[in-house]
Design a protein around this ligand. Structure first.
Ligand SMILES: *[C@@H]1O[C@H](CO)[C@@H](O)[C@H](O)[C@H]1NC(C)=O
Ligand SMILES: *[C@@H]1O[C@H](CO)[C@@H](O)[C@H](O)[C@H]1NC(C)=O
Ligand SMILES: *[C@@H]1O[C@H](CO)[C@@H](O)[C@H](O)[C@H]1NC(C)=O
Ligand SMILES: *[C@@H]1O[C@H](CO)[C@@H](O)[C@H](O)[C@H]1NC(C)=O
Length: 466
């Protein structure tokens, strides 16, 4: 798009220069020398003056045509500029939509987390019950088969689970943001490309101007080797609007996977690492912030080396269902039976979309962006947990460098809650989720989104390779 506009303005500039130099030539003031020349060659000049007059007339006709051409050109450029602006605005809107989608999805995942064994509040409740003799005696009498955990056991559990939850939230939310950006940018690109091409082709056809844009569009449109030939094929088989809609809905519902199944992969790797690094640390033990940070760094590094392992599709199986039966299960969970039946009559666009998404997720570029998001999350966590831990100092302990692991545990629990918090309407200027806002502004994420958004269906040649 931008390319064509540049081509237009270059020829515009050179045309303008030509006109300006021509004008200068015509209005050059006669000087003494030319006057004496005029006197000396009066006869010759009288003849050639008629020629000049004729030339001048022709010249003004040319200038008139050039002006009219320029005017038309200007209109065309304004239109192209308009399309360009629209495409740009659409891009910004898509990134905002992605963030809004995360705000909608986060409570869904929080519900899944509340049902899982990472519900920290139930441990807190049990700790409180520990102190309450009435409840203690009651439960001892009522459920003799499951004896109450001791206070130390509960604290140990709280310590490990809060660390596991914090890290799981980090990896899952980072992945969810990435996945949503990829999904929405792929979908929006297909949509705008469709309408932009239609508009441009109408214009170009009526103008009959042989611009690069026209060539680009038509070559793209007719080149059967391009990846998007699938889409052209889809148009040939005349998929109706409803079918396209269901295909796109099925594609969007893929985020169900990470929120219900995929995150458990993370959880498994993370639990293992946290236990290695922290099971020897008692809630009563003390650590400095630096010591805590270096332990967490080690954990993040080990997790990263596992998930970003080469020739390992563990990342892909976190993001997407692996087998067709898993995919079928996912769709049965997200589409209603009628939609599902209609979906199965034509899955062409879904397959094409999922192919591109898979290619994106498998690319090194995406791994680097995910790593950036995780790094950013790590800084966010350390700042938050550090600040919360220091704020828990009692008067007279201002110089203290060491903190009980139990204090870190409570800070981590609070941090988790903040990272998952989505007050109603929070996406619209209410209580902003600071963590989401931080991730949303990570530059490599925008870069990747832009490259997906402007990737005209030739992903294999745009660096989406391992
Ligand atoms: C999950 O549990 C927390 C703490 O008990 C609660 O504040 C939150 O509302 C729950 N979220 C959902 C979506 O049920
Ligand atoms: C102890 O538990 C009982 C019932 O479970 C409750 O009524 C009472 O208020 C609790 N006491 C304290 C001190 O929390
Ligand atoms: C990929 O990595 C995960 C986590 O380290 C591991 O459990 C799995 O066995 C690996 N898979 C392959 C195919 O190497
Ligand atoms: C993430 O942080 C680690 C450790 O500081 C660093 O080695 C790595 O290059 C960072 N990755 C990205 C993508 O910024």
């Amino acid at each position: 798009m931008g390319y064509a506009v540049e081509v237009g303005s270059t020829s515009l500039r050179s045309m303008r220069n030509t006109i300006i130099s021509r004008k200068n030539h015509q209005t050059m003031p006669p000087n003494q020398r030319s006057r004496s020349l005029l006197q000396r060659h009066r006869g010759k000049l009288l003849i050639s003056l008629t020629g000049i007059a004729a030339l001048f007339t022709t010249g003004s006709v040319v200038v008139f045509f050039v002006k009219r051409w320029l005017y038309k050109q200007q209109l065309r450029i304004t239109e192209q500029h308009f399309i360009k602006e629209q495409i740009k605005r659409r891009f910004e809107q898509t990134q905002e939509d992605s963030l809004y989608t995360i705000y909608e999805l986060l409570p869904v995942w929080e519900m899944v987390l509340n049902e899982s064994n990472l519900d920290l509040d139930s441990i807190i409740t049990q700790l409180k019950d520990q102190k309450n003799h009435t409840t203690r005696e009651k439960s001892v009498k009522s459920i003799e088969s499951s004896p109450l955990k001791t206070k130390a056991e509960l604290w140990n559990e709280l310590e490990l689970k809060s660390l596991i939850k914090l890290t799981t939230v980090t990896y899952t939310v980072s992945s969810l943001i990435l996945l949503t950006r990829l999904q929405l940018n792929i979908l929006t690109r297909n949509e705008y490309l469709d309408s932009a091409i239609k508009l441009t082709m109408e214009q170009e056809n009526s103008n009959k101007l042989n611009s690069r844009l026209y060539n680009w569009v038509t070559s793209w449109w007719s080149n059967p080797e391009e990846k998007m030939s699938d889409a052209t094929a889809a148009k040939d088989t005349k998929m109706d609007g409803q079918e396209v809609y269901i295909n796109e809905q099925a594609f969007l519902s893929l985020s169900w996977w990470i929120l219900n199944k995929g995150w458990l992969h993370y959880n498994e790797i993370i639990t293992n690492q946290i236990e290695i690094e922290f099971s020897g640390v008692n809630p009563r033990d003390t650590l400095t912030l630096e010591e805590f940070s270096s332990r967490l760094t080690k954990i993040f590094q080990n997790i990263n080396s596992q998930i970003f392992q080469e020739n390992n599709d563990s990342l892909l199986s976190i993001f997407l269902p692996k087998t067709s039966s898993e995919q079928e299960f996912l769709l049965s969970q997200t589409l209603d039976p009628e939609a599902l039946e209609s979906f199965h009559t034509n899955t062409l666009i879904f397959k094409q979309l999922i192919n591109e998404l898979t290619q994106c997720i498998e690319s090194t570029v995406t791994s680097i962006v995910l790593e950036s998001l995780i790094n950013e999350s790590f800084h966010f966590i350390m700042n938050k947990v550090g600040a919360k831990t220091m704020a828990k100092k009692k008067p007279g302990q201002e110089d203290q460098q060491y903190y009980q692991m139990a204090v870190f545990t409570m800070s981590i629990k609070d941090c988790c809650q903040e990272m998952l918090q989505t007050a109603p309407g929070s996406a619209h200027g209410g209580g902003v989720n600071e963590y989401l806002a931080t991730l949303d502004s990570v530059q490599p994420l925008d870069d990747l989104s832009a490259s997906v958004y402007s990737n005209f269906g030739v992903s294999s040649s745009y660096g989406f390779k391992r």
